[in-house]
Design a protein around this ligand. Structure first.
Ligand code: DON
Length: 528
């Protein structure tokens, strides 16, 4: 079973399963194909987190997050005393060294049955043959066209007759095809130590960037120890720092386990969930960062700490959360080791939850000339200055300050749930911080409320990230619930939609696979 945001990517994954590949092979095929057909969300110019549950029961958490270049500095985005979001979001300074190729390469070499080239070549063929630009792709491209037009090499790929590619246009990417073939022929060194690294270094030097070919050579994936908890008889396994996603999904589940969510009326249930989000995001803003640089307290995911936070939740009123909490053992026991989401599972028992991203739409908007590769703008996920919000209005502290070789904090939350030792759910989402809320609410839908994956994905979402102190709700949330939340003191802000999520799961009997692609996007979940 494969669930992704694009039918062609889902098909690429199924083709791999049908030809004898396992879930790890199929996931990599999906990711590489998304880089061709969904470049605004993810691609080899970006990074990913890949949570794998192997058929032998072992978990592997691959951190393919971007790394800041060696010349990055704490205040590199500060001009005249103020952080400049334009610099961390667009152009030469916005990118970290991409990690997706290294993560996929590692996953395939260690756990795949195919060769990376077997997965790159069909995606290269698709890039060459082209695909039809959809209405939503054209709209996403149009929305960033002003920034993209600043870069000649990006115009050359994404513009036609001086305009962004329109709906229905057959989009062929010969340069990207050549890049995929280069990696297929010479391995990931082609990207990190060869022609791609050199082309990127050259462009950066000419355009005021700091990233060099040497930064590419120094890139490495990290293996992390996943965060885990138990939730109402299930085991939940998720991504650890430098993602904040798993930590806070686990922290909120620990808090929410103290409430009988199923028996609460819906407004009270949503209120309690929103309060848990507020408490968790207050901690995120203070404590979270790359664990190789900052002491991220393991106590954040302890049941004892969650119990203390749960006591602060008043069922009738929204609580004032002035600042972060004090998780236990914060300076002794730390997390050290260790956007698009797709989920894949195979009949042997291999499960993959992978979230990949170039950060905001089309990343830095920069295509490295001649390569077809869109570079990420993941540097914006650092806290450019304490208390100054990034593109997702997230604030951060010292733990997430920029430093050379450091990985920016993420919200990506690839998560796998087990029951009686057997995997039953692989879930994750895109949507910046709303990823964390979406994954949480889906787990509650699946584990507390008995929803099917399709129902859990489609259900109206809410999101509270502490700062700004407002409760975002999707406009599909019925008006009476909105009013009930306002009555409890929440400042409710209505948004058309939040986050995009894909789930693969076992059905209620634990036999067949079921899958769901988010109705908010154009994806497909399909089995074979
Ligand atoms: O890693 C993160 O948390 C962000 N860079 C994810 C960006 C994202 O989900 C964009 N989607 N709307």
């Amino acid at each position: 079973m494969v669930a992704s945001v694009h039918p062609l990517a889902t098909r690429a994954g199924l083709d791999v399963l049908k030809s004898g590949g396992n879930a790890i092979d199929a996931a990599v095929a999906v990711g590489l194909t998304l880089g061709v057909v969904d470049a605004d969300n993810s691609g080899i110019g970006g990074g990913c987190f890949m949570l794998i549950r192997l058929a032998n029961g072992k978990f592997v958490a691959i951190d393919g997050r971007e790394m800041a270049p060696a010349a990055a500095t704490r205040d590199m985005f500060v001009r005249d005393g103020k952080a400049d979001g334009e610099l961390s979001q667009t152009g030469a300074l916005a990118s970290g060294v991409p990690g997706e190729v290294a993560a996929f390469d590692y996953a395939i070499k260690k756990f795949g049955r195919k060769k990376l080239a077997d997965l790159l070549l069909p995606a290269a063929a698709l890039a060459e043959k082209g695909f039809e630009i959809s209405h939503s792709y054209a709209a996403r491209l149009e929305s960033v066209s002003e920034d993209m037009a600043k870069f000649e090499s990006s115009r050359a790929v994404f513009f036609h007759d001086g305009k962004p590619l329109p709906n229905g246009f057959r989009f062929k990417q010969p340069d990207l095809a050549a890049t995929y073939r280069g990696i297929a022929g010479q391995g990931s060194d082609w990207f990190y130590r060869g022609p791609f690294a050199q082309a990127a270094g050259k462009w950066m030097k000419a355009n005021g960037g700091t990233m060099t070919a040497a930064d590419f050579a120094n890139y490495h994936i990290a293996l992390r120890e996943p965060v885990t908890t138990t939730y109402r008889g299930h085991k939940v396994v998720s991504m650890s720092p430098p993602s904040s996603g798993g930590v806070h999904v686990v922290q909120m589940l620990n808090i929410l386990e103290k409430f009988d969510l199923k028996s609460l009326d819906e407004a009270t249930r949503l209120h309690v969930i929103a309060e848990s989000m507020k408490l968790a995001f207050a901690d995120r803003a203070h404590w979270l960062g790359d664990p190789d640089f900052a002491k991220v307290p393991r106590g954040l995911v302890s049941k004892k700490y969650a119990a203390a936070l749960a006591k602060r939740i008043d069922l009738k009123h929204s609580t004032d959360v002035a600042s972060h909490g004090q998780p236990p053992a914060w300076n002794t026991d730390v997390f050290k080791h260790h956007t698009t989401h797709f989920s894949v599972a195979d009949a042997e028992g291999n499960w993959v939850a992978c979230t990949a991203t170039v950060n905001t739409s089309f990343g830095s908007k920069v295509v490295i000339p001649g390569t077809g590769v869109v570079l990420n703008n993941q540097m914006d996920d650092f806290s450019a200055q304490p208390g100054v919000p990034n593109a997702f209005k997230l604030i951060g502290a010292e733990a997430n300050a920029v430093a050379p070789g450091k990985r920016p904090l993420s919200s990506m939350s690839p998560t796998i749930v087990l029951k009686n030792g057997k995997p039953i759910i692989a879930v994750g989402a895109s949507g910046g911080p709303k990823i964390i809320s979406a994954v949480l609410m889906e787990l509650i839908g699946l584990l507390d409320l008995g929803l099917t994956p399709e129902q859990a994905v489609a259900a109206p979402r809410i999101h509270q990230q502490w700062s700004p102190d407002e409760l975002m709700v999707e406009d599909s949330l019925p008006g009476n619930l909105r009013a009930a939340l306002e009555k409890r003191g929440h400042v409710v802000k209505v948004l058309p939609s939040m986050a995009t999520s894909q789930i693969v799961a076992r059905d209620a009997k634990g036999k067949a696979f079921v899958g769901a692609a988010d109705p908010r996007a154009d994806g497909v979940a399909e089995g074979w």
